[in-house]
Design a protein around this ligand. Structure first.
Ligand code: S3P
Length: 430
């Protein structure tokens, strides 16, 4: 597929619903007592995988476009599925659902596509095993067979990596364990699970011991169904924010974007580079803040060098592919470190970024835990997405602002998070 080029971007972009919040809405609704109506549920492949899994576990799922009614199993409990639960390409589905399945009185199997089955699962197998679950894996990878059967016991878990998926998995398992299950995180990660558990009536206590944040849930816990409205996905907005910033004269408005403090680092980073971003219509729905973002083109300080290290890397983990594209436009360049987890995403994102940028002629260096890129004169190339939605969208934006001419080998992979990305981009391109 060829993208074409744009000199400015103008208009309004309707974003897909937040993927992380949609997954959690479906999973928590499935174990809650009563009926939850989720408005603006993400229509992406990943979030459809989660709905398919909870339906196989006995939750009643009635979907009408982006409105989904879920009748949870509450006190009755989930039922053992008749076959393997297919999580598709979705790491969030597999890792969060594993926490719930570990607490069920039946055995279940989880499978995924080739990409998901190559991603590390030891990070969740370890804490769930500490809680008393028995899990078979293929050397730390899916397929996973989760033998619920034995009752879970509460643990205190020191997270060795920074991962919202691992944190959420342990907290969800803690709902089914007797006593107080705690997770200590040393680097803040997205807190949608904590916020949504509170919405469903289960408070997650938070305290700090100086070094880290300790999150505690008391089990067994009963969730009460409650309607949810999902905001737009700020990680999807990031592609348009960067594209508009790089094309002076652009003026893009994105209504109803999630602005959770653990997700909005991209906005603050661009503001720091002197990009004109305004936020209006701020709201709070179901414990999640949101607002309308307007971005006007031009980078005020393109000579600044951008370093994304440590906690900042964790806060921007899904935005690194599009920030790498931004790096080619900054005379100070961009360096990303402490990002080795990027090697275990939908593709090895460090090598996907470095190899494709290299093919476009960028000045780029690869490190074990990141990369550095400098201001570059780029030429079109055949972009290898490696089936990774964020790589496809990031390079589509880079090609667009660079005058077009590249080809994207598997554009369909954007369906994982942003099914109408290319239409949305075409509509605002001028
Ligand atoms: C997610 C957490 C992040 C992120 C992923 C979604 C979530 O993964 O990269 O796209 O919804 O919890 P990790 O927790 O593995 O860092």
């Amino acid at each position: 597929m060829k993208i074409g080029y744009a000199t400015t971007l103008k208009g309004t972009v309707t974003l897909p619903a937040d993927k992380s919040i949609s997954h959690r809405a479906a999973l928590l609704a499935a174990i809650a007592e009563g009926e939850t109506i989720v408005e603006n549920y993400a229509e992406s492949d990943d979030c459809t995988s989660t709905l398919r899994c909870i339906a196989s576990l006995g939750a009643k799922v009635e979907r009408d476009g982006s409105t989904v009614k879920i009748t949870g199993r509450g006190d009755e409990g989930l039922v053992g599925p008749s076959g393997p639960l297919d999580c598709g390409n979705s790491g969030t589905t597999m890792r969060l659902l594993a926490g719930i399945l570990a607490g069920q009185p039946f055995t279940s199997a989880m499978i995924g596509d080739d990409s998901l089955q190559s991603r590390p699962m030891k990070r969740i197998v370890e804490p769930l095993t500490m809680m008393g679950a028995t899990i078979d894996s293929s050397d730390g990878h899916a397929p996973l067979i989760i033998h619920g059967m034995t009752p879970l016991h509460a643990i205190g878990y020191d997270m060795p990596i920074s991962s919202a998926q691992v944190k959420s998995c342990v907290l969800l398992a803690g709902l089914f364990a007797d006593g107080e299950t705690s997770v200590t995180e040393y680097v803040a990660t997205r807190d949608h699970t904590e916020r949504m558990l509170a919405w469903f009536g289960v408070n997650v206590l938070e305290r700090s011991d100086g070094a880290g944040t300790i999150l505690t849930v008391s089990g067994p816990a009963q969730l009460t169904a409650r309607d949810i409205v999902v905001p737009g996905d700020i990680s999807a907005a990031a592609f348009f924010l960067v594209a508009a910033a790089c094309l002076p004269g652009s003026d893009i408005t994105m209504p109803n974007v999630g602005l959770n403090p653990t997700r909005r680092a991209i906005v603050d980073l661009l503001l720091g580079l002197g990009v004109d971003i305004q936020i209006t219509d701020e709201q709070n729905n179901c414990n999640e803040p949101s607002g309308t973002i307007r971005v006007r083109g031009g980078i005020g300080h393109p000579y600044r060098s951008l370093k994304i290290h440590g906690e900042r890397t964790a806060a921007l983990i899904d935005e690194i592919p599009i920030l790498a594209m931004l790096g080619t436009q900054l005379s100070g360049g961009l360096e990303v470190r402490d990002a080795s987890d990027l090697r275990t995403k939908e593709s090895d994102r460090i090598s996907s970024i470095v190899d494709n940028l290299g093919m476009m002629g960028a000045f780029v260096d690869e490190f074990d835990d990141g990369f550095a890129v400098d201001l570059s004169i780029l030429s079109p190339a055949n972009i290898e997405t490696r089936g990774d939605h964020r790589i496809a969208m990031a390079f589509a934006i880079l090609d667009l602002i660079n005058g077009g001419g590249s080809t994207i080998d598997y554009p369909e992979c954007v369906a994982v998070s942003f099914p109408n990305f290319f239409e949305a981009l075409r509509e605002v391109s001028q």
